[in-house]
Write a new protein. Structure first.
Length: 281
């Protein structure tokens, strides 16, 4: 029962934070279910993959995903996510968890800035959105026409692929989906609105987190995951939480909710640092 509640919490957070919510998955799995960092990262990737895939299916009928930028982004991530899994094995757990708290604080700072400076964009959630679909005025490096035709040049493809590669490495090492990086890159490099950038990021997250999880399966052996009741309950809970987020997004969207998540992320980061030695033992 505890495992499914943790899964529901992960799914809800993923559904109710346009980017950065998956950063809470690893601390929840470690502190509540008592997992090791490796177990938490691999299961976090699986939960992120399942939740993001469900989000993609929800968004498909709304025609909000812009496919070509997502594919270039995802291609870079697919290539480097397994490398992140391999790199994770070379770092001591103390360093890995310590640097993860730095990443948590960076994500919290970005979410706080967005909630204070761009409150309308803070209403754009993974599970659903009611925010304005206005597009940025600046000429982007990766133009997308009004008919959603993607018109990339070499520089555009290189930037998207490199950003995807960085996301893949972070995903493999820390078990995060990478939406905190994917969404701002898409809005900066294209004419996509925040709503479409969040929807498109879900496809990228699905591919990268799925590839990262596959890397852990190949590294650890499928027997570690197949038939594991904790794994199955967490996954079931994550999908249920994502569905609940679809409904709750109509009621809870807004900068205040994002600020609550910021406080939660900072608290989890402090808790992780406080228990760093015992967690890495």
């Amino acid at each position: 029962m505890l495992a499914i509640l943790v899964g529901v919490a992960i799914g809800l957070v993923l559904g109710l934070t346009g980017a950065g919510g998956s950063v809470l998955a690893v601390p929840l799995l470690i502190f509540v279910l008592g997992m090791t960092p490796d177990e938490a990262v691999s299961l976090s990737l699986a939960a992120v993959f399942g939740s993001a895939l469900l989000g993609v299916l929800i968004r498909l009928h709304k025609n909000e995903i812009t496919w070509m930028p997502a594919l270039f982004f995802a291609a870079g991530g697919m290539l480097l996510a397994p490398a992140g899994v391999v790199l994770a094995g070379y770092f001591p757990d103390t360093w890995r968890l310590g640097s993860f708290t730095v990443l948590m604080l960076i994500i919290a700072a970005r979410m706080l800035w967005q909630s204070l400076r761009e409150p309308l964009q803070a209403r754009v959630l993974r599970a659903g959105s009611s925010a304005d679909d206005a597009e940025p005025d600046a000429s982007p490096l990766c133009p997308v026409s009004e008919t959603r035709r993607f018109e990339p040049g070499f520089a555009c493809i290189a930037v998207l692929a490199l950003a995807g590669a960085l996301t893949g490495i972070l995903s493999g090492i820390y078990g995060v989906g990478g939406g905190f990086l994917i969404v701002p890159v898409l809005t900066l490099m294209t004419r996509l609105s925040m709503r479409r950038a969040v929807a498109t990021s879900l496809l990228v997250i699905t591919v990268i987190s799925g590839t990262g999880f596959l890397g852990y399966v190949l590294h650890d052996g499928i027997a570690r995951y197949a038939g594991n009741p904790t794994f199955l309950w967490v996954m079931t809970g994550a999908l249920t939480g994502m569905l609940a987020g679809t409904w709750l997004s109509r009621l809870l969207a807004g900068p205040r909710l994002q600020q609550i998540f910021v406080v939660t992320i900072v608290a989890m980061a402090i808790l992780t640092l406080w228990n760093l030695d015992s967690l890495a033992a």
